[in-house]
Design a protein around this ligand. Structure first.
Ligand code: GUN
Ligand code: FE
Length: 456
């Protein structure tokens, strides 16, 4: 039998306090997923956390962990934290407005005017604080966030997210064409480098341990070819990840074809600018061409599937079954404010529902199962964090998360569904299904991120 590895934990000195707080055992009804087809369930079982990492799930508690503090959650569900792979923090302020418009009109009339306000740090602080509070309260533990073009506001958002205990990647947007004058950067590359320097300084001072930087060209139409090529160069130098939008609406795709007629398709336009080489998230991918999907699979680009946004702006229904079958890495995004809800429980439900509608027109494309949607919202999306650091840059080390495998970061939700009729008497999978479909933050009683409890 393995000997308990951290005897100094029992010394209880001030130095070991962090270790103590992040080393414990959770008992409850545990569900997790390590692959799309299966959710593993274990009733009345033990999840062991050592220094913020999972040691695995056990039906009987192994003796070497018997001395760790036991946090009793009998009768409650314990599941991995969820990852929002695509969310616009500044858009939280105008959720549920302008929902009768298609993408390009919605951007012009609603989004750009709101994002223009974030040069005002007092406004940014108020709006971003509300966004962070909402996410903290809900089921998401990790997020990839787009801010605005404003460096100071984007750094402030990073500070607020860090304080919350959530893990995030945050991007100052790059925009230097086809946008209103108040969002048009004169020197997009210079502004980006300035923000990255400020971020690096904060990290060197010991801040922002859970908050990384991600390059964020808004989308092809708002970035000049010069600025996209400069971004590719910065990515090569710094080893940073990158996020953007891809093939969301038909009008947008037509526009990209006009802007870049020499490229074979939308993803090819990014490729031709030297992008897609590092860890990349592309949101939407509603209308991909065959060859475009081949390229995405080849480059291992993560797609953030944003079903609610795609419904609200009537962009279409993304062919997730095709993406999955081609082995393209996939996660879920709330895409607030094109999506109204921040919760990735809601995105799981939406993803299942729209896939059923799509299969009415394309019967060969089987709808998503509950297991698949759960995987996408947990380990699927979080697998992006494991790609970090792969370019040898200055940012985050790779982090495995989104499941309870041994050695993975322990992000977990404790869920009390006892107030629901039938409550805890149902089989675990049915209890999980209900919690996902009802998407009620009040069911979440505790939330752990990298072994740290973050709810008050
Ligand atoms: N494409 C470019 N910018 C945006 C945005 O803010 N939201 C969505 N949904 N699509 C975009
Ligand atoms: Fe978006």
């Amino acid at each position: 039998m393995q000997v308990y590895k951290f005897p100094y934990y029992f010394l209880g000195s001030a130095d070991t306090k962090g270790v103590e707080e992040k080393s414990f055992v959770l008992r409850g009804d545990i569900l997790w997923s390590a692959e799309p087809r299966r959710i593993t369930t274990l009733e009345n079982a033990y999840l062991v956390c050592l220094e913020g990492r999972s040691e695995g799930v056990f039906k009987e508690l192994p003796r070497e962990y018997a001395q760790l503090p036991l946090r009793e959650h009998r009768g409650k569900l314990i599941i991995p934290g969820l990852t929002d792979l695509h969310v616009h923090a500044p858009q939280f302020a105008f959720r549920a407005l302008g929902m009768d418009k298609p993408l390009l009109a919605w951007l012009e009339e609603k989004t750009f005017p709101e994002e223009g306000r974030y040069h005002d740090l007092a406004y940014a602080r108020e709006a971003y604080t509300r966004f962070v509070e909402e996410v903290k309260r809900g089921p998401n533990t990790r997020l990839c966030v787009l801010a605005t073009i404003h460096g100071p506001g984007s750094l402030l958002l990073m500070e607020l997210l860090e304080e919350s205990g959530l893990v995030s990647l945050v991007g100052k947007l790059s925009m230097d064409r086809n946008c209103p004058p108040y969002l048009m950067e004169e020197n997009s590359e210079g502004a980006l480098r300035e923000w990255l320097d400020a971020y690096t300084q904060r990290r060197a001072q010991g801040g922002l341990a859970n908050t990384g930087a991600i390059l964020s060209p808004r989308f092809f139409p708002s970035c000049s070819e010069g600025s996209l090529k400069a971004l590719a160069e910065i990515q090569r130098e710094e080893g940073l990840p990158l996020q953007s939008h891809l093939s969301e609406s038909r009008d947008e795709i037509t526009w990209v074809r006009e802007l870049c007629p020499q490229s074979p398709h939308y993803a090819g336009a990014y490729e031709d600018m030297g992008l897609l080489k590092g860890p990349t998230i592309m949101a939407h991918c509603v209308w991909p061409e065959e060859k475009e999907m081949d390229l995405l699979a080849q480059r291992g680009v993560h797609i953030a599937h944003c079903p609610q946004a795609n419904m609200n702006l009537a962009s279409g229904i993304a062919p997730v079954r095709q993406l999955l079958e081609r082995g393209i890495p996939l996660g879920l995004g709330s895409d607030v404010a094109a999506g109204t809800e921040t919760s990735i429980f809601r995105a799981m439900t939406d993803a299942i529902q729209v896939s059923k509608l799509r299969s009415l027109s394309f019967p060969q494309e089987r709808p998503l199962s509950l297991e698949e949607a759960f995987y996408l919202g947990t380990a699927g999306g979080a697998s992006f964090f494991n790609k970090l650091g792969t370019m040898g840059g200055r940012d985050f080390a790779p982090q495995k998360a989104g499941s309870f495998e041994q050695g993975w970061d322990l992000d977990a939700l404790i869920i009390d569904d006892s107030s629901l009729v039938g409550g805890t008497t149902l089989p675990l999978l049915e209890r999980l299904e209900r919690v996902i479909y009802l998407s009620d933050d009040r069911h979440i009683t505790e939330k752990y991120v990298r072994g740290k409890s973050i709810l008050p």
